[in-house]
Design a binder for this molecule. Structure first.
Ligand SMILES: [Zn+2]
Length: 150
C-alpha cells in the first residue's frame, strides 16, 4: 500500500470501517513519512466498476481521476483536501452499494454536484460549468436562480 503523495510504504491505519453490504473494508491511513492521509478499500471480491462515458465507451472507475477532476474545478475555493476526500469516499461507497457494476459518467457527475452544492455554492457552480458545458452567462444565471430557490 503506497502513499499516493510520496510513494512511501510506511503508513498506519487511523480509522477502519467495514461495510457488510459491499464486503469492502475502508481504511483511512496516515503516511508515516509525509503525514498525509489517504483512504484504501479492500474488497473480498474484486468488483470492478465500469463507467460509461458520454461517448458510450466503458472505462474502469478511477477514484484518483475523479478526485483530480473535482480538485481542478474547485481549486480556488476554500474546500480542503479532506472534504474532497470525504465527498469521493461517499460517492465510491454509494457506487459499490449498487447492484450493478456499471454506472454512467453523467450519474457520477450528478452525485458530485449534489454534494458540492451543500459544501460550497461557488465550487458547485464551477464544477457545474465544466460538467454541463456552460457556454454563456445565461447558463450561470439559470443555475444561480436554481440555487437561490433552495
Ligand atoms: Zn507520504
Amino acid at each position: 500500500m503506497l502513499c499516493p503523495y510520496c510513494k512511501s510504504k510506511e503508513n498506519k491505519v487511523v480509522d477502519k470501517r467495514d461495510n457488510d453490504e459491499t464486503s469492502a473494508t475502508r481504511r483511512r491511513r496516515e503516511c508515516l513519512d509525509c503525514g498525509k492521509r489517504f483512504t484504501t478499500y479492500e474488497r473480498i471480491q474484486n468488483i470492478s466498476l465500469m463507467v460509461e462515458k458520454r461517448s458510450g465507451r466503458l472505462q474502469e472507475f478511477d477514484r484518483e481521476k475523479l478526485k483530480k477532476g473535482v480538485l481542478k474545478a474547485v481549486k480556488k475555493r476554500p474546500i480542503n483536501d479532506e472534504q474532497i476526500e470525504e465527498l469521493i469516499d461517499d460517492i465510491e461507497l454509494r457506487l459499490l452499494n449498487r447492484r450493478t457494476t456499471q454506472v454512467k459518467s453523467t450519474d457520477i457527475g450528478k452525485m458530485v454536484l449534489t454534494r458540492l452544492r451543500k459544501l460550497d455554492s461557488v465550487g458547485y457552480l464551477l464544477f457545474a460549468s465544466v460538467y454541463r458545458d456552460f457556454n454563456s452567462i445565461n447558463d450561470f444565471k439559470k443555475e444561480i436562480a436554481e440555487l437561490e430557490k433552495q
